[in-house]
Write a protein that binds this ligand. Structure first.
Ligand code: NAP
Length: 319
């Protein structure tokens, strides 16, 4: 395979955008993805705030467009899980400046070497950590309404959380389920006003404010959720067939091991050019420290990072 100019880890909106720019600019590029090209966005029912689609668009269709565009510019795609990233001194290859740090990406399909590595691994659902959660995954507990909502047609489900994801997915589930119960630990949503107002108009959505889940119960499948009002300390049981957990996300950066600067939650710290403290390694999209994590900002990162990557690669080639 040789040494790539650019190795992109992660095929969500950020990684695919970087791939489009990189390949269009003529850099030898490989993109490594462990699961679904398009990432979390590809399993989002509808995306309404991505510009250019006046009526909204399904996440899958939008991400297919990104993927096909990267392929059209000749991006090499590898389906594999990345398990580590090592940096070692230049190999003395005459194509590269002497002393350039070549990076080795360990994957389940073997080693991939690159002059630069772009980490675009995104984030995944955070777990509640309550009794019954792990036990009932796939048997009533879910982190993806678009994937599993269908199984709860005409049933009663609980959605945990009050952010954009929880409210958006509660609106989606309300179209399928008989009743949706939002369990939120405070007395107002974190979600934006548009979503918050929309959910409040739905007749089959009920909200339990100031309430936290304590335990998920059932026999073969989920049948109830034990909850507690944080103001009165009163506990109670809600009879539900499903529990959808949307309490935020955690970055997929564990594979990096020590030596990369992260915040306390594991998000990667970059400079304004999205480069890490290690030259030639960049982070983009949801896995880095940033204030807004949406498809539009991931796309912005993908375009932005390529200016710095271009400069890095050209300076090494000239040097
Ligand atoms: P989020 O904004 O961090 O919201 C997490 C929610 O879960 C909050 O309401 C939080 O309560 C609650 N929570 C956290 N830990 C909890 C616990 N242990 N027990 C009970 N509740 C808990 O996460 P998100 O909704 O996944 O969104 C992540 C990012 O993606 C955000 O930047 C969001 O804007 C973006 N996003 C955007 C859209 C869109 O359509 N625009 C859709 C999905 C996601 P508190 O409010 O009390 O902290």
């Amino acid at each position: 395979m040789g040494i790539y100019d650019i190795v992109i880890i992660g095929g969500g909106p950020a990684g695919l955008t970087a791939a489009i720019y990189a390949c269009r600019a003529g850099w030898k590029t490989i993109l490594i993805e462990r699961g679904t090209f398009g990432g979390q966005a590809a399993i989002t029912d509808r995306i309404e705030n991505y510009p250019g689609f006046a009526e909204g668009i399904s996440g899958f269709d939008l991400m297919q467009g990104f993927y096909q565009q990267a392929l059209r510019f000749g991006c090499k795609m590898l389906v594999a899980e990345v398990t580590g990233l090592n940096i070692h001194p230049g190999l003395g290859n005459t194509d590269f400046g002497q002393g350039e740090q070549i990076k080795t990406v360990e994957t389940t399909e073997g080693l991939v070497q690159g002059r630069t590595v772009l980490i675009a691994t995104g984030a995944q659902a955070r777990e509640l950590g309550i009794k019954g959660e792990k036990e009932f995954v796939g048997r009533g507990v879910s982190y993806c309404a678009t994937c599993d909502g269908f199984f709860f047609k005409k049933k009663k489900v609980a959605v945990i959380g009050g952010g954009d994801a929880a409210v958006k997915e509660a609106i989606y589930l309300a179209k399928l389920a008989e009743e949706v119960l939002i369990i939120h630990r405070r007395d107002s949503f974190r979600a934006d006003q548009y979503l918050s107002q929309q959910v409040l108009t739905l007749p089959n959505v009920k909200i339990r404010w100031n309430t936290v889940p304590l335990e998920i119960r059932g026999e073969q499948k989920v049948s109830a959720l034990l909850v507690q009002n944080v103001k009165t300390q009163e506990t109670g049981t809600e009879e539900v067939d499903g529990v959808f957990i949307y309490i935020g996300r955690k970055p997929n950066t564990d594979f990096l091991g020590a030596g990369f600067t992260r915040d306390e939650e594991g998000y990667l710290l970059t400079g304004q050019d999205l480069q890490l403290a290690t030259p030639g390694i960049f982070a983009l999209g949801d896995c880095r420290v940033k204030s807004v994590r949406q498809v539009a900002t991931a796309v912005g990162d993908g375009a932005l990072v390529m200016a710095a990557v271009d400069e890095y690669l050209r300076s090494k080639k000239e040097g």
